[in-house]
Design a protein around this ligand. Structure first.
Ligand code: GTP
Ligand code: MG
Length: 382
């Protein structure tokens, strides 16, 4: 059950609504049969009447709704041969001031694609670079919000945006508290780690220190017989960047089988969104499966709409975004939240319905919060 009218609830458990009104009256709550009550009240009613009231998670509810329209979510459709390799999606994490932002900037600016496009990358929240590994052009997607807060916030919403974590450790400082914290998050998520030992240009740099320290945390460098790749870099001098990119690709190949079906309705994550004065709601999404196209109807959290334009990290219009491609989406009715799932649906009405349902859910949660009441969902979480 989930916040429902007494009449609906009564019907579900096979009693008449008037008796529920009575029960609530005795408990000191004045509610009419058509009025909507929250999860907490439903649970109390359940207890009074000896019913086991189960809360349906939002994801389950979406799934139910989609299933009722014969749509799946969160899995690739089609047979094995429909799957194609996709680039890894990478998050950069590490201790404060160890050079996460500078490294992301260096990688972005050093990229061949960026040079060819003659463009300066815009901050759209994620960008893709390419590198040559074994004579093959390989792409890597970087999420541009460094730090494990964003990573954790998304994970808390059940979204796994990242395939690989780059752990930045300054060669002079070595392992610091947030290095360990970031590592714990990556390990908890089961995400392989590549270590970038940064600031090797500094006179007091000691790249072997980080290697020794991290060994104690289970990250044993390959050169010590382990299976974690450590790469010495200087984000400032721009050295070691190609090796880092190569190590990411090699780690993905060795530890992950990253494939997705490009030939289905797109699904993925909104990683950032805001309201732009000229362009309206603007969302950066990362496609996880399928291919997103201009003209597609999209639901993202409680926002929906038809994709009016797709832009890449150079601000260029693109017609489509395949798996692992970040893109800026224009045309949504509202601003989705960071970490919200998005999906393309065949029918505008479905998009509207899902979005409205989600919005109602968010509104209920906000109301419950404001009134100091906890929803059953909150209780389950504690
Ligand atoms: P927070 O976002 O505050 O956690 O820091 P950050 O990890 O993003 O570090 P940031 O990139 O802002 O770099 C911190 C400082 O270290 C800046 O002054 C950088 O210029 C400097 N820095 C980053 N990389 C290098 C490097 O490779 N060599 C040297 N010498 N300095 C660097
Ligand atoms: Mg930073």
């Amino acid at each position: 059950a989930r916040g429902a009218s007494l009449t609906d609830f009564a019907e579900k458990i096979g009693v008449d609504a008037a008796s529920l009104v009575q029960v609530l009256f005795h408990l000191g709550e004045m509610v009419t049969a058509t009025q909507s009550v929250n999860d907490e009240t439903l649970q109390i009613l359940g207890e009074e009447l000896n019913y086991d009231v189960q809360v349906v998670s939002p994801e389950d509810e979406d799934r139910e709704l989609l299933e009722s329209f014969a749509l799946g979510f969160g899995e690739d459709e089609g047979a094995d041969e429909d799957m194609a390799p996709r680039p890894p999606v990478v998050t950069v994490m590490g201790h404060v001031d160890h050079g996460k932002t500078k490294l992301l900037d260096a990688l972005r600016n050093a990229n061949v694609v960026a040079k060819e496009a003659g463009g300066i990358t815009q901050s759209i929240g994620a960008y893709q670079v390419t590198t040559e590994v074994d004579g093959q052009e390989r792409a890597i997607t970087f999420i541009d919000t460094p730090g494990h807060e964003a990573f954790t916030a998304m994970r808390a919403r059940g979204a796994q945006a990242t395939d690989i974590a780059v752990l930045v450790v300054a060669a002079d400082d070595g392992v610091m508290p947030q290095t360990v914290e970031a590592l714990n998050h990556a390990q908890a998520a089961g995400v392989p780690v590549v270590v970038a030992v940064n600031k090797v240009d500094k006179p007091d740099a000691d790249p072997s220190k980080a290697r020794g320290q991290l060994t104690e945390y289970g990250l044993v460098p390959e050169e010590y017989g382990g299976d974690t790749m450590f790469v010495d870099v200087s984000a400032k001098a721009g050295t070691g960047l190609d090796s880092l990119l190569e190590s990411i690709v090699l780690t993905a190949d060795a530890e992950l089988d990253l494939r997705a079906n490009p030939d289905q309705n797109a699904e993925g994550l909104a990683i950032e969104a805001h309201l732009d004065r000229g362009r309206g709601a603007v969302a950066t999404v990362i496609v996880q499966r399928g291919t997103l196209r201009v003209g597609d109807t999209l639901v993202a959290g409680s926002a929906f709409g038809r994709v009016r334009a797709l832009l890449d990290e150079f601000g260029n219009n693109i017609e489509e975004a395949p798996p692992s491609r970040p893109a800026l989406v224009l045309g949504l009715t509202a601003v989705p939240g960071a970490g919200d799932n998005f999906m393309v649906v065949d029918d505008d009405r479905i998009a509207r319905q899902i979005a409205e349902k989600r919005e109602a859910r968010e509104r209920n949660a906000a109301l419950a919060k404001r009134s100091g009441r906890r929803t059953l969902e909150d209780l389950m979480r504690e």
